[in-house]
Design a protein around this ligand. Structure first.
Ligand code: HEM
Ligand SMILES: [Cu+2]
Length: 559
């Protein structure tokens, strides 16, 4: 928020309106990476609240057996919109937002390589998201007008085909994701080009912040994984509108082909979401441990390994479709293989904290929560990569618990940590440490109550996506605890929103470098000027600010 908008109060009504119009015009027409980054993150937070409400309604329905709070049709729409929104309208914009905001600052550049492409990408993302939600109003479904997509976030055929999904609900799912995907592709092209061509003097690849390395790998993964999804969606549109037969098994097509296409995108997608979380942890943990990252080069190598191997594991989502034994063995083995570079990273973060002077402030608390929960997520992932084990638990609540441990315990916790860490840089204001601790405490308690118990429902045989369940299966108490946990998570999100609003109203001034950190974004004012740097900096080590602050013992002596 620029200085002059804060002086709006007290202006004459006409002047205030003109001033607000000017602010709005400024943000709507901006091509500045910082503003676009904040708009991506802001939109992601709004969609998070909406998708969180969808999840809460589902858990209210499942709190008791044989409940009828919502109908099965509405329940199907809720998990479809929740899952689709969380992945494409929460995770993606927030990771692209942070990449957009931070990469030019971290490499010492004035903006992204293609500012107008950047702006186009943002509006494509937002238009795709709004189109998806317009489905609640626009599409004419079987149950009268206005139904959201109800085929699940991976829209398996033939359910998503014309025979079973009449009306336009599924077409909104296809088009909403397809169009918002342009935003991701534009972001990826910009992040790769900026990183490779716009680094300041002295910043060799070996001196880039880990954040920049991880976003580089993520961007390449987006360029590889997104187009197959787009191609499959176009084929599905052909099937739905022009009676093509790509996925129609009765007419020479193949329903399993859709699954291969979807998960060839879908699995790398979870790492496209997770690696940025690793990037936030790799920046925050060293600063709050007062130690350089343990094993910089190994971290980079592990990231590249994860990037590559995760492109070859997709069919571990399809162990139950009847693939050849050899294929099951390969996809099981490759999935276990990903555990190695991921495990290395966990050790490197723990190695960084070991012997450090830990400062347990809110960004660090969320990173520690991430470490513990991501370890659990990784372990259940290894369990599910064993084919016989997966045959027992595929499509059960054990799987729902596993991927929420990855996407909340992993990604969402690091996103919260990143927001508390970089909010001061973006706004010049501090978020309240006291409210942040409440946010962390309530969310961790609620998260564990909800998703740790879900593993048990799964082991007791409860399938996913059921809108209710009988009272005689021993699932009642577990479901009640699971749903109760959502109350704590919701309370934590309210505290988070209050913390943000309160910071904008009367937050403490942050100063340029409130955490005493070491990367270039902290060398600028908070918020940074439109042109980022008075003079393009020159760096000699991975910690340029440390060198500036400690000329007596600069890092470049050791690198
Ligand atoms: C914030 C707290 C959250 C709660 C309470 C929650 C709860 C739920 C529930 C109850 C379901 C439906 C399970 C079923 O009926 O099968 C679900 C599904 C799902 N959730 Fe979440 N979720 C949360 C956050 C997230 C986040 C952050 C992500 C991703 C970034 C996510 C991604 C998904 C996906 C992909 C599905 C599967 C949807 C489908 O079956 O089509 N959720 N979640
Ligand atoms: Cu997977």
């Amino acid at each position: 928020m620029s200085a002059d908008s804060q002086s709006l109060p007290g202006l004459e009504a006409g002047d205030a309106r003109r001033a607000w119009t000017a602010v709005l015009h400024d943000w709507v027409t901006t091509v500045d990476h910082k503003k676009l980054g904040m708009m991506y993150i802001g939109s992601g937070i709004v969609f998070f609240v909406i998708a969180g409400i969808e999840a809460s309604v589902m858990r209210a329905q499942l709190a008791f057996p044989e409940n009828d709070l919502v109908s099965p049709e509405v329940f199907n729409r809720l998990f479809t919109m929740h899952g689709t929104s969380m992945v494409f309208l929460v995770g993606m914009p927030i990771i692209i937002g942070f990449g957009n905001y931070l990469i030019p600052l971290m490499v010492g550049a004035r903006d992204m390589a293609f500012p107008r492409l950047n702006a186009w990408g943002f509006w494509m993302f937002l238009f795709g998201g709004l189109l998806l939600y317009f489905s609640f109003l626009g599409s004419s479904g079987l149950y009268g007008s206005g139904t959201a997509p109800d085929v699940g976030w991976f829209a398996y055929v033939p359910l998503a085909g014309k025979a079973f999904s009449r009306g336009n609900a599924t077409d909104y799912w296809i088009l909403g994701i397809l169009i918002s995907g342009f935003g991701s592709l534009a972001g990826a092209i910009n992040m790769i080009t900026t990183t490779i061509t716009m680094r300041c003097k002295g910043m060799t690849l070996g001196k880039m912040p880990l954040f920049v390395w991880l976003m580089l790998v993520v961007s390449f993964m987006m360029l590889i994984a997104l187009p197959p999804l787009t191609a499959a969606q176009v084929m599905l549109l052909f099937d739905r509108f022009m009676s093509a037969r790509f996925f129609d098994t009765n007419a020479g097509g193949d329903a399993v082909l859709w699954q291969h296409f979807f998960w060839f995108f879908g699995h790398p997608e979870v790492y496209i979401l997770m690696l940025p979380g690793f990037a936030y942890a790799s920046e925050i943990i060293p600063v709050f441990s007062r130690k350089v990252i343990f094993g910089y080069t190994v971290m980079v190598a592990a990231t590249i390994c994860i990037g590559f191997v995760s492109l070859g594991v997709w069919a571990h989502h399809m162990f139950a479709v009847g693939m050849a034994r050899e294929l099951n063995i390969w996809f099981s083995f490759a999935t276990m293989l990903v555990g190695i570079p991921t495990g290395i990273k966990l050790f490197n973060w723990i190695g960084t904290m070991y012997g450090g002077k830990l400062r347990l402030q809110v960004p660090m608390l969320f990173c520690i929560g991430f470490l513990v929960q991501f370890l659990i997520a990784g372990l259940t992932g290894i369990m599910l990569s064993a084919v016989p084990f997966d045959w027992q638990l595929t499509d059960s609540y054990f799987v729902v618990a596993h991927f929420h441990f990855v996407l909340i315990g992993g990604l969402l916790f690091t996103i919260f940590g990143a927001i508390y860490y970089w909010f001061p840089k973006m706004t010049g204001l501090m978020l309240s440490e006291r409210l942040g601790r409440w946010h962390f405490g309530l969310f961790t308690l609620g998260f564990q109550m909800t998703f740790l118990t879900m593993h048990v429902q799964g082991l007791l045989g409860m399938p996913r996506r059921v809108y209710t369940y009988p009272a005689d299966r021993g699932w009642e108490t577990w479901n009640l605890i699971t749903s109760f946990g959502v109350i704590f998570q919701a309370a934590a999100v309210v505290v988070f929103v209050v913390a943000i609003v309160r910071a904008f109203r009367k937050g403490e001034p942050a100063g340029d470098d409130p955490w005493d950190a070491w990367t270039l974004e902290w060398s600028t004012s908070s918020p940074p000027p439109a042109y980022n740097f008075e003079e393009i900096p020159e760096v000699r080590s991975r910690r340029p600010l440390w060198d500036l602050k400690h000329p007596e013992d600069p890092d470049w002596r050791y690198e």
